[in-house]
Structures are given as structure tokens and as C-alpha cells.
Design a protein around this ligand. Structure first.
Ligand SMILES: *Cc1c(COP(=O)(O)O)cnc(C)c1O
Length: 430
């Protein structure tokens, strides 16, 4: 059924470490062979063997309007006529910056980079340069890309492979990263008190997706804001996942809590490799060439990527009903999945907000990394393959969130729920 994928994966392993260019794609957490994709349109993925799947990851978030949306296709093909890179400033960079500042409430100035990883690495350097302090606080289970400072208790990829601290990260760097429990304000207070005037930044996913979907207690976000302000610490919201997804202005708008710096990625590039970091003017003016903190990029603000990103953001900005559609889709799927779970009697916790959702196979509430880890990952693996075999493509790990797109109609939702019920029945019988 997936012979071409198998052949490609066999060959890939000869030439690419682990056969993939990003670890979670390898299906290690669920077993089996990764599916090699050939094309996609709207809510569907098509693999190298001609199988069709309904898409519930959407390239880990970016394809929020579904695949190959005509607005973005047109913007990219127009931009292609005018060359692919200049290494000089362009009009689109100004337009997209103005649009992001309009959409994301706390952002007054923005710098474009090429990935979420680059955005968080740059934001933390800026926070250190601006405050003159070295340490930062991050949360167990939160992923902020693969920068050295962040590969400490770093969620999905690292959890999956059981090596939370990667070899190659210097001890000195790791020592400057303090880790706290998500949703635990007291723990953050203790860390700040134990390191007086040394913490430059607190960084978090304002809704976590990288230990599975974990929603913050609103008081936790507000408390972090107060603690940061009181202690001269910069609060960084890593909205690479949540930006332009949980609302037009991201999680910060949804929860009404304003960070000092925001990192963006995924949706901001419309499927092209783009990231960005932005925030208050006086902080952003610390970035080179306005200020002393160096950060650069040969392909940053690339015209093709900017065309795709601008088309995406402009659509979202001018179609606010998109967010109601995403809420409705998320609600229907969450309700339907729960109904089937109750019929089968399996232990579960379903975390859901807007168009993000994770079904954890545990009877414990999941509010941090420890509680997420009580999940039965072997059972998840069986569920994943039952869904895949029925043509529904989920994230291949328990510790990931699903991301829905507006391309899902009620007919697709009915198909997903039917597959879900079949899969749950099968795994509860085994
Ligand atoms: C995906 C992700 C990143 C890393 O972005 P890349 O583009 O993969 O480098 C950083 N932070 C969060 C919250 C993410 O989900």
C-alpha cells in the first residue's frame, strides 16, 4: 500500500541521517515507515503511492487555509517573475512589517528571519543584550527551536527520543537556562529569587503545543507578566505556533496579556521558511544596525517568502471570520472525538483550544510536562496507525498538537470522526 514510501525511506537512510531532515518526521514515536508526500491541495495530502489523507497537521501549522491556497499560489507566482533574491531591501518587507505591527498587539517593530529557531535565538540574544543579564527561564516541555540555550527539557522531539539535553550543547550555555514547571507560578518565583538580578528573560509557549496541547491558566500568564515587570525581566511569548492561529493577534490577544518580545514563524511564511521577532520599540531598536545587538541574514526578508507571508497575513487580516471557522471546526472535532471516547471507555484527557487539539491517553489532567508524560504512548502509536490506514494524517507523536485548517468541511469532519470511532474501538479491544 505504501511501497514507494518504503523504498524512498530505505534509500533516504543511506544519504540523510535517519532518513529525514527533521527528526519527528521519522515516525520513531509511533513505529513504522514515514509516508513520503508528493502533493497536497486544500484538506488533502497525496503520498508517493497515490494514497489520499485528510490533513490534521498542516505542515505543523503554517497551512491554516489548507494546502496550495489560490491567494498564496498567485502571490508566489507573481513574485517569481521578478527574481528570487536581491540581498537589498524591498517594498514587501515594509508592507509585511506594517501589517504584523497592525495585527499583533504588543509588536511595534519587527525583524524578519528564516525560521522559528532563528527567531527565538535572536530574541534571547536581544533580551540578554538589552538587560545586560545572562540567564533565562524556560518551561519543561516547551520547545523553542533547536538553539543551544533551548535544548533543555525541550518537549516533543527531545521527549520522543529520550534525550532531553542534546550532546553538543556546552555546559556553560545549559547552566544559563533555568527550567520551571508550566502553569506553576510559584516555581518561577523561586527561580527568580534564587538568581537575583540575573534573569534576562522568561520565554514560553503561551499555549503549549510541543508537549501536546497544554492550555495555560490565564492567571499563570498574568502572573508571569507581573513577575517580569517587577524584576526587570523581559517576557517573551514564543508564538511560532499560536501566532495568527489562536486569533488574528495570537495567544496574546486571546488571553489579553502583552509580552515584551514575540517570536513568530510557521503561518507567517504561508508555507515558506520564515520567522520573525518583534516587540516594544525601545527594545527592538537595540538590534543592529539601529543598536548594538548583532543579527543578520543573507536571505532574510526573501521576496518569495515575503510574498507568500504577506498574502497569508493580508487574507487573515481582511477575513476575521476565518477565526470563527477555526473555532467551529475545533469544537466539532473535540465534541465528536469525546463522544466516541466515552462509548469505548478508554482513559483519556482531551486538551483543546481553537484549532489546536491533543488527545492524551491518560486519566490524569494534563497541565504540564509531568502530567503529559503519564500518557500511554504505545496506545497512541496504535491509534495513530489505525487513523493513518483510514486516510487521516495525524502528528506522529503523543506529544504534539493537531492543527486544523479552514479547508475542513462538515463532510471531512464526519469522515474524521468516523475513522476516529473505528480506531478507538479497535485499540480498546486489543
Ligand atoms: C516550530 C516551533 C519553533 C521552531 O521553528 P522552526 O521553524 O522549526 O525552527 C519554535 N517555537 C515553537 C513554539 C514552535 O512550535
Amino acid at each position: 500500500m505504501r511501497e514507494n514510501s518504503q523504498q524512498l525511506f530505505d534509500k533516504a537512510q543511506q544519504f540523510i541521517p535517519g532518513g529525514v531532515n527533521s527528526p519527528v518526521r521519522a515516525f520513531k514515536a509511533v513505529g513504522g515507515t514515514p509516508v513520503f508526500m508528493k502533493s497536497a491541495k486544500g484538506p488533502y495530502l497525496f503520498d508517493e503511492d497515490g494514497n489520499r489523507y485528510i490533513e490534521l497537521i498542516n505542515s505543523w501549522g503554517p497551512m491554516v487555509l489548507g494546502h496550495a491556497h489560490e491567494i498564496i499560489e498567485k502571490a508566489v507566482s507573481d513574485a517569481l517573475q521578478r527574481s528570487f533574491s536581491f540581498g537589498a531591501p524591498t517594498r514587501k518587507e515594509v508592507e509585511i512589517a506594517e501589517l504584523i505591527v497592525l495585527m499583533v498587539p504588543s509588536v511595534e517593530k519587527i525583524r524578519m528571519v528564516n525560521s522559528g529557531t532563528e527567531a527565538t535565538m535572536s530574541a534571547i540574544r536581544l533580551a540578554r543584550g538589552y538587560t545586560g543579564r545572562d540567564k533565562m527561564i524556560k518551561f519543561e516541555g516547551c520547545y523553542h527551536g533547536h538553539g543551544d540555550s533551548f535544548l533543555i527539557a525541550a518537549g516533543s522531539g527531545a521527549v520522543t527520543f529520550g534525550t532531553p539535553d542534546s550532546p553538543g550543547v556546552p555546559k556553560g550555555v545549559a547552566n544559563d537556562t533555568l527550567t520551571a514547571r508550566y502553569n506553576d507560578l510559584e516555581h518561577v518565583k523561586e527561580l527568580i529569587e534564587a538568581n537575583p538580578n540575573q534573569v534576562a528573560a522568561i520565554i514560553l509557549e503561551p499555549v503549549a503545543g510541543n508537549m501536546g496541547c497544554v492550555v495555560p491558566d490565564p492567571a499563570f500568564l498574568k502572573g508571569l507578566r507581573e513577575l517580569s515587570t517587577r524584576n526587570g525581566i523581559l517576557l517573551i511569548f514564543d508564538e511560532v505556533m499560536t501566532g495568527f492561529r489562536l486569533s488574528r493577534g495570537g495567544a496574546q490577544e486571546r488571553f489579553g496579556v502583552m509580552p515584551d518580545l514575540t517570536t513568530l514563524g510557521k503561518i507567517i511564511g504561508g508555507g515558506m521558511p520564515v520567522g520573525a521577532y518583534g516587540g516594544r520599540k525601545e527594545i527592538m531598536d537595540y538590534v543592529s544596525p539601529a543598536g548594538p545587538v548583532y543579527q543578520a541574514g543573507t536571505l532574510s526578508g526573501n521576496p518569495i517568502a515575503m510574498a507568500a507571508g504577506y498574502a497569508m497575513l493580508d487574507y487573515l487580516n481582511t477575513h476575521p471570520e476565518t477565526y470563527q471557522t477555526l473555532e467551529d471546526i475545533g469544537q466539532k472535532l473535540a465534541t465528536g472525538i469525546k463522544n466516541s471516547l466515552q462509548k469505548t471507555g478508554l482513559s483519556y484527557t482531551l486538551n483543546h483550544i481553537g484549532s489546536m487539539l491533543t488527545l492524551f491517553f491518560t486519566d490524569k489532567a494534563v497541565f504540564d510536562f509531568e502530567s503529559a508524560k503519564t500518557s500511554d504512548t504505545a496506545l497512541f502509536g496504535r491509534y495513530f496507525h489505525e487513523m493513518l490506514n483510514q486516510g487521516v494524517y495525524l502528528a506522529p507523536s503523543q506529544y504534539e498538537s493537531l492543527f486544523f485548517s479552514t479547508a475542513l468541511t462538515d463532510a471531512h469532519i464526519a469522515l474524521i470522526l468516523e475513522a476516529n470511532e473505528n480506531a478507538l474501538k479497535k485499540i480498546s479491544r486489543q
